[in-house]
Design a protein around this ligand. Structure first.
Ligand SMILES: Nc1ncnc2c1ncn2[C@@H]1O[C@H](COP(=O)(O)OP(=O)(O)OP(=O)(O)O)[C@@H](O)[C@H]1O
Length: 234
């Protein structure tokens, strides 16, 4: 059996403003095993981004437990969360978030330079090259992001997300800013990465893309819909 890498138990998130409380997530139970490819879909406002932010340690749950590889990460300090994020989480966002002033190489290398352990230039070069290979972008290593198409920029963002060899790749609407051909290419790359062992959690509005995942979860009003045979809540 594959190793369990993510376990959420009874996770809730309440946003409080002066006027109101919003229960963005309600008693979420979720497990993700090494090698899984999970999609989370649902209507606007159902809690997808909130769930992904908590999974990626960009936000903390109001209640509940969250373990990554057996370590309780629900209540880490900001510094501790940043370190776990760097080591274990790869993020791909809708808006690429590349740094325009840096070359493709330096964008992809950036997370490696923030690591506590110092890597040699030769090690960095090898890791960057391996990740650019995975997204078929080695031929653009010296380009700047604004010299690339949207689809190519997203592939560079994917290489950057992979460069620290994350435990899980969290992917938020990766095709939202792309035409359908570039979007399909990005989704092909995700499938290939998963076939080669990368664990993926994808958030998408697009049912066509959500269906590509091995496990398809649907959120509604902060809770998973229970579909027979689905492994949402365990
Ligand atoms: N910082 C916040 N403060 C208050 N309410 C928030 C905050 N962030 C999200 N919410 C509310 O929590 C709920 C879930 O929001 P979330 O962004 O997770 O939805 P979503 O499914 O990702 O939506 P979309 O598909 O439109 O991006 C919404 O009702 C939203 O208004």
């Amino acid at each position: 059996m594959n190793e369990m890498i993510i376990t959420m138990k009874n996770v809730s998130k309440i946003f409080e403003t002066e006027e109101m409380e919003t229960h963005a997530l309600k008693n979420i139970d979720l497990t993700i095993k090494a090698g899984d490819y999970i999609s989370i879909s649902g209507p606007s406002g159902c809690g997808k981004s909130t769930l992904l932010s908590i999974l990626g340690l960009l936000d903390t749950p109001t209640a509940g437990e969250y373990f990554i590889e057996g370590v309780n990460v629900a209540k880490l300090s900001l510094d501790q969360a940043a370190e776990v994020r760097n080591q274990k989480i790869g993020f791909v966002f809708q808006s690429f978030n590349l740094i325009d002033e840096l070359s493709v190489f330096d964008n992809v290398a950036l997370p490696l330079r923030y690591r506590n352990e110092a890597l040699s230039n030769a090690q960095i070069k090898l890791l960057v090259s391996e990740c650019l290979e995975k997204v078929a972008m080695n031929h653009r290593v010296n380009h700047k992001p604004n010299q690339l198409s949207g689809g190519q920029q997203q592939r560079i963002a994917m290489a950057r997300a992979l460069v620290c060899n994350p435990t899980i790749l969290l992917v938020d609407e990766p095709t939202g800013n792309l035409d359908s051909k570039s979007g399909d290419k990005v989704m092909d790359i995700l499938e290939t990465l998963n076939r080669n062992g990368t664990t993926i959690c994808l958030v998408t509005h697009d049912p066509r893309y959500a269906d590509l995942a091995k496990t398809k979860l649907k959120l509604l009003d902060g809770s998973f819909l229970q579909v027979p045979g689905m492994r949402a809540a365990i």
